[in-house]
Design a protein around this ligand. Structure first.
Ligand SMILES: *Cc1c(COP(=O)(O)O)cnc(C)c1O
Length: 427
């Protein structure tokens, strides 16, 4: 059995059917913005490995940090013990996140960070005398991960609500924020979607613990950018109804939108913040849930006081070391200028596609370029073409998009936009 046949026969890939597993390319190595396949073909990774490899692959300082740490202590439990990598990372995170974020809970992956955030919200409400506040509210078209509670706040149509209907807890869904980021803000609450949010809150606030949102950029739920003013006003509604506000910045964090965090596009701060994906610069799975003192102390003063979560690999030193090195790179490299240049070039080079009849919309924010088609596109159909164009793209739903590493050169980015244009023609 060849290696590829073994893979197809025995290994599950994300969102695949084991009977018809779909094509895979075998990657032998990754360096800079390139993936090298086992037959020697090189592809620019315009996906940054699901948005995480912001500095490209094989950054010497990240590799060295992981090597140093693996030689010293790859892991140690975090219950009753602590270590420098966890402390250094905490210091670096507090220096760049919104000032009210003061308490950090490390975990293994984005979905777990969301689970932790939701448990914090429920436990806070319970501890402060609101044991009935156990449900959540969000907006349509969002994505927060694949574990149970995270899945319950994913878009009910593009998520898996039909399939898991009887097993999922019911949450509340307000309209997708209707005014996009480039649109003119309209104070009419019906037009800007806040009337819908307010109405749901008025009817259900007694049972709602928190509002969870991806600030400004909705990722895997629909690649949509909405107006930051929505978040400013949502914050006020949360305060009025004693509901915590959770920002899920797992996709947007660490520079992707042109700001270090999308929260900076607003004038408000969340009560709880979820980070993941680019946290280790794409090196390994790791995540963090940050909270304000209000939330942490609220939980601490309640009964039982302890926060009821503690993963085996919490604060894994290797992951902390990789994350520290990645954050150092953000401090020492001109990432902001790079992301601004990517934004300008994507805007310019994708704009002509807007006039094509099969294209519904083209939108760009920071290092995110999205072509929304009028019809569903197939990742499997795009798959062999990527190799031909030398650009790795993985379309989903009606979206052909790129989220390249921030270190991509202008010529390489032109190759990406050219490949996107080709996919628009043939898919
Ligand atoms: C990817 C993502 C998650 C889930 O992260 P995993 O590491 O895949 O579990 C949660 N929220 C958002 C916004 C994401 O983009």
């Amino acid at each position: 059995m060849t290696a590829s046949t073994f893979d197809a026969k025995h290994l599950w890939h994300p969102y695949t059917n084991v009977i018809k597993p779909g094509p895979t390319h075998k990657v032998a190595s990754a360096k800079g913005v390139h993936l090298t396949l086992d037959d020697g073909t090189r592809m620019i990774d315009a996906m940054s490995s699901w948005w995480s490899a912001i500095h490209g692959y094989g950054q010497p300082t990240i590799i060295q940090a992981v090597k140093d740490q693996v030689g010293c202590m790859p892991h140690v439990m975090f219950g009753g013990l602590t270590h420098d990598p966890a402390i250094s990372l905490g210091q670096k995170l507090l220096a760049i996140t919104p000032p009210s974020m003061q308490r950090i809970f490390y975990s293994d992956s984005g979905s777990v960070a969301v689970e932790v955030a939701m448990k914090m919200a429920v436990q806070y409400q319970h501890a402060t005398g609101h044991p009935d506040k156990t449900q959540f509210i969000t907006v349509r078209s969002g994505y927060h991960g694949d574990t149970w509670k995270a899945m319950s706040v994913c878009d009910p149509v593009t998520g898996m609500h039909h399939l898991f209907q009887n097993a999922l807890s019911i949450q509340h869904f307000a309209l997708k924020p209707p005014i996009n980021i480039t649109g003119e803000w309209d104070d009419d609450p019906v037009k800007n979607g806040l009337a819908d949010l307010r109405q749901l809150l008025e009817s259900h606030h007694q049972t709602i613990a928190a509002l969870i949102l991806e600030p400004v950029v909705q990722g895997a739920g629909g690649m949509y950018f909405y107006h930051p003013e929505y978040l400013n006003q949502a914050r006020a509604l949360c305060d009025a109804f004693n509901i915590l506000l959770i920002f899920d910045e797992i996709a947007t964090g660490f520079g992707r939108t042109g700001k270090m965090f999308a929260t900076e596009l607003t004038t408000v701060e969340p009560d709880i913040l979820c980070l993941g994906k680019a946290l280790t610069g794409g090196t390994m799975s790791f995540a963090a849930t940050l909270s304000s003192d209000k939330v942490a102390i609220g939980i601490g003063n309640g009964n039982p006081g302890v926060f009821m979560h503690g993963p085996t690999f919490m604060a894994n030193p290797l992951a902390c070391a990789a994350a520290c090195a990645s954050l150092d790179l953000l401090e020492t490299t001109p990432w902001q200028a790079n992301v601004d240049a990517i934004e300008t070039q994507l805007t310019h080079e994708l704009a002509p596609l807007r006039s094509l009849p099969q294209v519904f919309d083209v939108r760009v924010l920071g290092a995110i370029g999205v072509i929304e088609m009028n019809h569903q596109v197939s990742a499997d159909q795009a798959h062999p073409l990527c190799k031909e164009f030398g650009v790795w793209l993985r379309p989903f739903g009606r979206h052909i998009y790129c989220m390249p590493p921030f270190v991509i050169s202008s010529d390489e980015l032109s190759q990406v936009t050219h490949a996107m244009g080709k996919l628009v023609e043939v898919l």
